[in-house]
Design a protein. Structure first.
Length: 293
């Protein structure tokens, strides 16, 4: 994957502006090419140790299980069909194992089996607030029920979900495909930093880490990270409150409400600018850009 992207960037990559990093100096393809070379050196850390639960076996996994993709017979309540397999792939199980979107709580859950309680002032709340609380509570219960059933019925899946540092290990390879085209260089670099920082824990028998990042690189990354701060908070708000992923893809039924909320948040974000130049910068770094903007 990395070598393919190296060829793509060498052939088609051109300097471009990255306003999270600088409004003057462009982001250049050579920086990514250097990161891709380091990625190849860090590859041994990107697979967890082989365990006893077949967590590494090649497995066909549906990557987008939501309620519109699963058909259930209303009488027997049996699943009759699952559609939209076009993005499915046979890959090591640890790499793609996850909680299906249709039962995954957007804000995550604590790993205990306690049913979330209603707040003490629940009875005094208006109906709108009660519905929000009920919806969030139902989402968390569904997520925990899925985990409980997985632990009881599917030990291989349960063992894979519990693999240590699996997200740190797999994040670089999730980002490396089309990393330049998707403008994910910052996140790719961040993922490589995490691997390098934890190298001794991830690869205890492999000696010292084969790559290093200079103080200048770390400082430049920190500047970009600071510029990403407001955007990250916006993404978190819409992820936790609306289940909206960074790419902005939502179910059709929720589109109108989320679109209005995004527009309201964007206006509020732009109004915090202290000058016209800063407003223009805020506009350029807003994460959910319309295709016509």
């Amino acid at each position: 994957m990395a070598t393919n992207d190296m060829q793509l960037v060498e052939t088609y990559g051109r300097p471009r502006m990255n306003y999270h990093r600088s409004s003057i100096e462009p982001e250049v393809p050579d920086e990514l090419l250097d990161l891709l070379k380091r990625y190849l050196k860090l590859a041994p850390a990107m697979a967890p140790p082989v365990g006893s639960e077949e967590t590494h076996l090649p497995t066909l996994w549906h990557p987008d299980l939501h309620l519109d993709n699963v058909f259930v017979d209303p009488g027997s309540r049996q699943i009759t069909q699952i559609i939209d397999w076009q993005s499915a792939a046979v890959m090591p199980f640890f790499y793609q194992c996850d909680i299906p979107r249709m039962v995954k709580n957007p804000g995550g859950v604590s790993y205990n089996w306690d049913i979330p309680e209603l707040p003490d002032n629940y009875d005094s709340l208006d109906q709108c607030e009660k519905e929000k609380i009920n919806s969030a509570r139902e989402s968390e219960i569904c997520h925990k029920y899925y985990l409980a059933e997985t632990k009881d019925q599917n030990p291989r899946h349960w063992a894979t979900l519990g693999l240590e540092s699996v997200c740190v290990r797999t994040e670089p390879s999730r980002l490396v495909v089309n990393v330049w085209e998707d403008r994910d260089v910052f996140f790719f670099r961040q993922a490589l930093y995490s691997i390098a920082e934890q190298w001794e824990q991830l690869c205890p028998d492999s000696g010292s880490c084969p790559v290093a990042f200079s103080k200048q690189e770390i400082k430049a990354h920190a500047v970009e990270e600071e510029g990403m701060g407001n955007v990250a908070e916006i993404l978190r708000i819409f992820r936790d409150g609306w289940g909206l992923p960074p790419d902005g893809m939502v179910d059709a039924a929720a589109f109108e409400g989320i679109r209005d909320a995004v527009a309201e948040m964007r206006d509020s974000f732009l109004s915090n600018a202290d000058s016209e130049a800063e407003r223009e910068l805020f506009y350029k770094i807003w994460p959910y850009q319309h295709a016509d903007d």
